[in-house]
Ligand binder design. Structure first.
Ligand code: MLT
Length: 392
């Protein structure tokens, strides 16, 4: 038996596991410390009442012979796909039902989709970026090239004709920087992908935080994207499903490479390796799109956006450079006093008992930066910023 040696090229542990481990060590040594966690982007508000109601009803159905359900369709129930289809239609994007695949979250599908692509593709990943894009390709032994995101380009790298890439990752609003592409910016990537026979893997997990109607919430708002892009989205941040698990992936019928339909390949992959998301969870997700559900989740998103404003206002008052927060739940700040990302992590934990995410964990270009999330509790966010203010 030979192991996959590519795993040895990975960091010892996944970024958020390393942070959790460090915080656990700190709390063990300081049992009385009141630690405020603004690190991992995990939601704190409970599921919307409309979602809970729908899930309760589904549980009842599962307990009755006539309405009990066993295995569902691997690609998701029609009722949820129809709700997603309508959601896109409300933004003038038409999707066929068989282009929508329900999953247990964007993270899984972003990793699983790689089953469809040969190992000898070159992958283009922005730097800094959500570590899953890099790690999943390192595991598969693919060549990775990076697109520099930095202050000079407002953390929005543009395609470079001199760099040949086959698989391109885009996350907008971006994790970790909060930067959002305009339609013109995305169009340049779509044009590049079409010209170079590349595919774009578009992570739209944070689309619900976009407030400006002129900014694209889906890559399929861009002409030509259906011929070169797959979109991943999730209920995690939209509707607080981080622990409930549900997402969706859009694989257009028009995606054809080497005469092969990517949609068919994905269907084949999913029917073989995946047995679908629980019926109860899919009913909960469907309720997110009901009138009541939409109203309730918008209130939650507004709550998190207000947290982001509280963090942003503190940084502004202190004259600390940052991006994000407006169309994103993340604030990406420059570490004060030229500290490195991990130095600042330790400093903030030690002096203020506030946990954030070191920018270096998102790639080399993240060094010297730090990410705070607005998904925390309001009172704790205020308290964290008061503690922060006293330090600088
Ligand atoms: C993050 O903090 O970057 C996210 O919570 C990670 C994720 O969505 O998997």
């Amino acid at each position: 038996m030979k192991i996959n040696k590519n795993y040895q090229k990975l960091e010892d542990s996944y970024l958020f596991s390393t942070i959790a481990h460090k915080v656990a060590e700190f709390t063990q040594k300081n049992p009385d410390a009141s630690v405020i966690r603004l690190g991992i982007g995990d939601v704190t508000l409970p599921l919307a009442p409309a979602v809970v109601k729908a899930m309760n009803k589904a549980v009842e159905e599962m307990g009755v012979k006539e309405s009990f359900r066993g295995y569902g369709p691997e690609q998701g129930y029609g009722f949820l796909k129809e709700a997603i289809q309508k959601y896109y239609a409300s933004r003038n994007t038409h999707l066929e039902l068989d282009e929508i695949f329900i999953s247990d979250g964007a993270k899984s599908d972003v990793g699983n989709i790689l089953d469809l692509f040969s190992q000898d593709n070159t992958v283009l990943v922005p730097n800094p970026v959500y570590p899953v894009y890099v790690d999943t390709n390192v595991m598969a032994g693919r060549k990775i090239v990076f697109a520099d995101a930095n202050e000079a380009n407002d953390f929005l790298p543009m395609p470079d004709e001199n760099i040949k890439a086959d698989i391109i990752y885009i996350c907008s609003p971006n994790n970790p920087t909060g930067a959002v592409y305009t339609k013109e910016g995305l169009k340049k990537w779509v044009d590049y992908a079409l010209k170079n026979n590349a595919i774009i893997l578009y992570d739209a997990a944070y689309e619900c935080f976009i407030k400006d109607k002129n900014l694209p919430r889906s890559i399929f708002e861009i002409e030509g994207a259906k011929k070169c892009a797959i979109e991943f989205c999730s209920f995690s941040k939209t509707a607080g499903f981080t622990g409930t698990r549900c997402g969706y992936t859009i694989v257009p019928q028009e995606l054809v490479y080497d005469g092969v339909h990517i949609n068919k390949m994905w269907l084949r992959r999913q029917t073989t390796k995946f047995n679908g998301v629980p019926y109860i969870v899919q009913r909960g997700a469907e309720a997110v799109f009901s009138e009541e559900g939409q109203k309730q989740i918008q209130e939650n998103i507004a709550y998190y956006s207000e947290n982001a404003k509280i963090i942003a206002d503190t940084l502004k008052a202190k004259g600390i450079y940052f991006t994000g927060g407006t169309h994103s739940p993340y604030i990406w700040l420059k570490c004060p006093n030229n500290m490195s990302s991990w130095e600042f992590f330790d400093y903030l934990l030690e002096k203020a008992q506030v946990v954030g995410t070191p920018g270096a964990g998102f790639g080399e270009n993240g060094e010297g930066f730090f990410r705070l999330t607005s998904f925390g509790d309001r009172a704790k966010t205020i308290e964290a910023m008061e503690r922060f203010s006293k330090l600088f």
